[in-house]
Every structure is written in C-alpha cells, then in structure tokens.
Design a protein around this ligand. Structure first.
Ligand SMILES: [Fe+2]
Ligand SMILES: [Fe+2]
Ligand SMILES: [Fe+2]
Length: 312
C-alpha cells in the first residue's frame, strides 16, 4: 500500500514533468486559432491541460473501481468530476492555448504526434523495459507502437482527402477495451516512469482528438470527425488503460480518493494560483481570471472527495 501511495505521488509529479512534451507537440503547428496570449501563459495552459486530461482518465478509472465495489455514489462523484475536468477545464484552457486549428493543421499535428510515438517514444520505452527485464511492459509498448503507426497512416489519408475528393477517409481502428482493475505496479525503475509519461500522452491525445473531432464536425467533415473520435477511444480505453494496469494506477477506493485529494489540493493551492499570477503579470487578464476560477473549482473537488472519503 505504501509503495502504491508513493507511486500515486509520482503520478502527480509526472503530470507537471511531462507537460513540456505535450507543449512541444501541440505548439509546433500553425493554427487559425493561434492565441494572442504571452508564451508563458500558453505554456502554463498546456501544462494545466496535461493535468486535466490525465485527471479525466484517472477519475474515469477510479469510477470503475468504485462501481465494481458497490460504491455507486463515489462512482458518480468521480464520473461527474471527470466530466468537468475534460469538458470545462481542458476545453477552456485549449482556447487559451490555441490548440484547435484548421482541420488541415489538426491532422498535421496528429500525424506528427502519432509518428513520434510509433517510431521514437514507444520503441525507446520498449527497449528500456526489455533492458530492465519487464517483458510485459516491453510487449505492451511494442503493441501500442504498432497501433500508433496505424493511426498515423489513417490521419495521413484523411489529410489527403481534404485536397483530393477521390480519397476516402478510413474508418477508425476497432477498439479492444481493457478494464482497469486495481493493481500494483508491474515494473519499477525507469519503466514505471515511462508508463506514467505514456499515460499522460495517451490522456492528452484522447482529449485533443475529441476537440479536433468537434471542429471537423463543424466544418462539414463527418468522416474525419468519426476518425478522430474513434482514435480517441483507442487512446483512452485501450492504450491508457493497458498502461494503467501495469503502472498500478487504481487502488482501493480509499487510496483513489486520497490520490484525487492530493492532486486537487496541489492544483487549487499551488498550480492554478501561480498560473493566474503569472498570466496577470504577463498582461493576460482573461487567462488570469480563467486560471483563478478553475483553481477555485479544484478546491471544491478536493472538498467533495474529502467528504466522500469521510463517508466511506
Ligand atoms: Fe494514437
Ligand atoms: Fe495511443
Ligand atoms: Fe478537479
């Protein structure tokens, strides 16, 4: 249990540590919605989005554990909070960061991300897991790398379809969902760190693709919207989930609530107040207000989780 709690703390730390990776992949493309905020505000928004996307995926997994163990009110609390993190917080911050661009820009960004995962990140993680003797993680990373190559190819075809009416947008990959049962970490060392980093990438990809899907639907490209949405489901319910089982993300309801309280407390007391102050100092008053408001909401989440823990 203690070992798991240490891992849970590491999850929170990693949320901040891996943010520059997401920032790099999301910021390198031209977007029609390019924000007018300072670079520091945009970077903070991307860091926050990384945490929000991860919180959504994590709370969805915690809701599953609560439901399986007959704690339906805890399950509802996790599900409801997860929705706020994704539909409100991530979505609002995405506007500040200028995440969503034209369909062409969004597909180009997706191709870059998937290609990097397929050819660099996951093969590297697989080699590291093999070197550390964690075969189960090496096998999973290798399998996911192959999926990401399929995603990259599908997005390339979708991009071609925008300029060539004879090209058909492929259907999304079929999802093979994994249930995130309570587990202990299967690996240690750098492989455990890599699993957590990969989970953040998958959570971010799923959140991003759903916004890209909304945009494609609005611009009259339903097949591209369907491809983004279907791929988002693979990232969350297959890739994130498989990695979460190996990383030991889900514990008992008590442990999960404590993990959630720790994350929300960090966000409400430290991260969002800091981001709000920095945005104000950079002259981004609307962004400063947004960070402040979201920080207040995270405080309410912490309180609700603490009350649920008390009632357990
Ligand atoms: Fe992917
Ligand atoms: Fe993925
Ligand atoms: Fe929250």
């Amino acid at each position: 249990m203690l070992k798991w709690r240490l891992t849970a703390t590491a999850v929170g730390v990693i949320a901040v540590m891996v943010a520059p990776v997401a920032a790099a992949s999301a910021s390198g493309h031209p977007t029609s919605g390019e924000p007018t905020v300072a670079a520091s505000t945009k970077a903070n928004a991307l860091t926050a989005m990384n945490g929000e996307a991860f919180a959504y995926a994590k709370y969805s997994a915690f809701a599953g554990q609560a439901a399986r163990t007959g704690k339906s009110s805890v399950a509802r609390l996790f599900t409801r909070t997860a929705k706020v993190e994704l539909s409100d917080h991530f979505a609002e911050e995405a506007k500040v960061a200028g995440l969503v661009g034209s369909d062409q820009a969004n597909l180009t960004d997706a191709i870059t991300g998937e290609t990097d995962e397929a050819t660099t990140m996951y093969p590297g993680f697989a080699a590291q897991a093999t070197a550390e003797g964690c075969t189960v993680a090496a096998d999973l990373f290798t399998e996911i790398a192959a999926d990401e190559a399929v995603h990259a190819a599908a997005y390339k075809t979708a991009l071609a379809s925008l300029s060539d009416a004879s090209v058909t947008v492929p259907a999304p990959q079929v999802v093979d969902p994994v249930t995130i049962m309570a587990s202990s970490p299967a690996c240690s060392g750098q492989t455990q760190v890599n699993l957590l980093a990969a989970m953040h990438g998958e959570a971010f990809a799923q959140a991003k693709y759903n916004l890209y899907a909304d945009h494609a639907a609005k611009t009259g490209h339903p097949a591209i919207a369907k491809l983004f949405r279907g791929t988002a489901r693979v990232e969350l319910t297959e890739h994130f989930a498989g990695e979460a089982v190996l990383a030991g993300l889900v514990g008992s309801n008590r442990t999960n609530l404590k993990t959630a309280i720790a994350g929300e407390t960090y966000e409400t007391k430290t991260m969002y107040p800091t981001f709000s102050r920095e945005a104000a100092a950079a002259g981004d008053r609307a962004a400063a207000r947004m960070f402040w408001t979201i920080g207040r909401e995270e405080g309410a989440h912490a309180h609700a989780f603490a009350a649920a823990l008390h009632r357990l």
